[in-house]
Design a protein around this ligand. Structure first.
Ligand code: ADP
Ligand code: MG
Length: 357
């Protein structure tokens, strides 16, 4: 266990400013996800923490000890930081047990640490297998076990589940989470997958263009995003034009209660954020309900997403979960109701879509 503190870290490759002043603190024993689009600097940040790169400016401290500044760099092998790379990179000529025991001292080997950590990642029966006899998911489990075996206070994982299919990924996430927990390691997980970040992490730091643009618990990022860009990057967003009127916003879906915390909003046109699951179907004629036409239906089993158009032309998405009813079909007329509060943002920011980066 160790606190990780990153202060004003900058790193350029030629004219590319990969890290443009990163500030981030990871509490001892916490799992922090660094979530950002491709090219936002996530791998560069991990490489600076691990010691494979030296920051141009700023400093990195592990449990208060400076491991990296522009002039001092503790070599990677003395940082006690383990790295799980994107693809496991196991030693092909060593067995599973051999791979995991590789970095262990004699005492740890004798104490059966390698077998114990294989058990943690759900591979107790696989000690004598060779890496080429394992599936991709099993190889990643071995890579995680090998990283955890020497009980490093800090574990860094760089998109470790990318190469795996969705079902396997969900299962492995769970097991890795449990293994990290069992060990009490401080962990940083880099990912571009918002579901992975929100579901696994205690805190999520959203990275864009070499900076952390917001960090906090998953619920906060999802419900109180600091900008339209963050809102759209961490989940599906519905943007509606709005005019503030007392404590409410007048929108095409009616007057919605609004909350906004970060100071006063600029005067002028606004948009408000809703999440698609805040829009539900209501019985026709229900108070405050608005009529819409279904223009598209994506059925997912556990829910369905409807693309809807209002009479005034406004389009939006609604996520419908009614386990007892079939979702409406394309062309159906429905009535909509909004649940919860909307969050206002200055108009314009929401067109700055993260998916276009
Ligand atoms: P991410 O992991 O979020 O995809 P990276 O940290 O790999 O982002 O890259 C951030 C930026 O720095 C990108 O523009 C990338 O092209 C650039 N970059 C990363 N590593 C190098 C390198 N060794 N040499 C030159 N440019 C690099
Ligand atoms: Mg990367």
């Amino acid at each position: 266990m160790a606190e990780l503190r990153i202060t004003d870290v900058r790193k350029a490759y030629g004219r590319v400013q990969a890290l443009a002043g990163v500030n981030l603190t990871v509490r001892s024993g916490a799992l922090m996800a660094v979530l950002g689009p491709s090219g936002s600097g996530k791998t560069t940040l991990l490489r600076c923490i691990a010691g494979f790169e030296t920051p141009d400016e700023g400093e990195i401290r592990v449990d208060g000890h400076r491991v990296a500044t522009a002039d001092t760099s503790v070599p990677p092998e003395r940082r006690r930081i383990a790295v799980v790379p994107q693809e496991g990179a196991l030693f092909p000529h060593l067995s599973v047990l051999g791979n995991v025991a590789y970095g262990l001292d004699r005492a740890a080997r004798r104490a059966g640490r390698a077998a114990a950590v294989l058990d943690l990642v759900g591979l107790s029966g696989f000690q004598d297998r060779m890496p080429h006899d394992l599936s991709g998911g099993q190889q990643q489990r071995v890579a995680v076990a090998r990283a955890l075996a020497p009980r490093p206070p800090v574990v860094l994982l760089d998109e470790p589940f990318n190469a795996l299919d969705a079902a396997l990924r969900a299962e492995l996430r769970q097991d890795v989470w449990q293994a990290l927990r069992a060990d009490g390691a401080t962990a940083v997980l880099v990912t571009h997958d918002q579901a992975e970040a929100l579901s696994m992490a205690d805190e999520v730091a959203v990275m864009r263009d070499g900076r952390i643009v917001q960090s906090g618990p998953p619920e906060l990022l999802y419900h109180v995003p600091a900008s339209p860009w963050v809102a759209s990057f961490v989940g599906d967003a519905v943007w509606l034009p709005a005019v503030l009127d007392g404590g409410r916003a007048r929108t095409p879906l009616g007057a919605l209660p609004v909350v906004h915390s970060e100071g006063a909003l600029p005067p002028g046109p606004l948009c408000v954020l809703l999440r698609p699951e805040q829009i539900t179907l209501a019985p026709p004629g229900a108070a405050g309900a608005v009529a819409a036409t279904v223009v598209r239906r994506d059925f997912y089993g556990h829910d369905a997403v409807l693309a809807l158009r209002l009479a005034d032309g406004t389009s939006m998405a609604a996520r419908i979960f009614d386990p007892t009813a079939a979702p409406p079909a394309v062309g159906d007329e429905v009535t909509l109701r909004v649940h919860g509060t909307a969050r206002p943002y200055p108009l314009g920011g929401h067109s700055d879509s993260p998916r276009d980066d």
